[in-house]
Design a protein around this ligand. Sequence first.
Ligand code: IMP
Length: 384
Amino acid sequence: MNIAILGQNFGDEGKGAAVHHLCSTFDFGIRTSGGNNAGHTIYYNGKKLIRHLVPSVDFSLPNIKAFLGSGMVINPTDLLKEVQDIETTFPGAAKRIYVDPDAFVIFQHHLDQDKENVVNLGSTGRGITPAYIDKTARRGTKLEQLIKDNTKEIQELKKLGVQFKYVMELKEELKKSKIIFEAAQSVMLDLNLGLFPYVTSGDATIASIYSSGFGFVAPQKIYGVAKAFSSRVAVGPFPTEFANKDFTDNLREVAKEYGSTTGRPRRLGAFDCPMVKYAAHKGNITNLIITKLDCLTHLGEVPVCIGYEKEPVSAKDFFDAKPVYQTLKPWKDGKDISQVEHFISTIEKYTGLPVSYISAGTSPEDFINYPQAKWNMKLRNKSN
Ligand code: IMP
């Protein structure tokens, strides 16, 4: 079965980690939207690695392949740097990286044009909006032109082993493969479905899987990733944002909540059931993955937003939402499993979605199938 991993809130939920942990039974990891505005953090042998463009598959698996689809906007200089980094950790992996020549190119002038969006809209400054503007205006450049011109970056990427292939050229192989699709950003940052104008300029749901030509191998199951709390970078509505600065600062340090692309401190808030429920509906998500449960072990109590005074039916309802909270008992370690279970069942009750996986740390054994797997995690008390 092919699956997709989407973000439920405002990005940074742990999509990269989810793909990294789940990919061992898959043949291909595929991304179909966004560019290096994304920053997907994964840990390999305790070392932190960040993927901005290449799907977060675990290249230590000998056969897994990664594909960058045509819906992406790609800065060739940054792609080269990222592939070089991957080669350093996983020699030979570049040969298993495929890039669709139909993907759109981000040039330096796009980065220059993005500067005002950084100020006005909190953009990452990676040229995403100007590149998508050029694409929708039907001007600009696709990678195939750079391949034809045999630019320095293309030569270097090819030398490392990167393969430029149209989807059609891999059609038969893809049909026989198991695929894990990795979305970038999140439903609430999606250009069409998110909290406009505080969104990115691309698709963040499975729409881009179809528009990148992968409809014939579309996912049968769509998972949404959400942290045990909420976060958002930069400006825009954030209904459950914590008002207490010390509380926020403390949680930010414990959970290392700084942007993986820009290093900006993230705004933090309570788990937001109505937002997750709304995003699941918009993104056709049927199952949840809850991450970073270990980061709440220092709290005296765990707030969860179980609804808004008015149920949201459109993006604008999030701009003046009045959250209703429930306060749950905290958990300190694995002995407090009933409190964790209560937290998860509260989420399931108020979002209407089953939780399929949970994670409480960065190593593979901290990411478990829920509730089937036996609980064997040590929830580390990070405040000690
Ligand atoms: P842009 O995609 O760089 O134009 O940024 C638009 C908005 O999306 C800004 O608020 C960014 O902080 C946010 N954003 C874009 N990519 C990510 C991501 O991967 N994680 C979190 N926020 C993101």
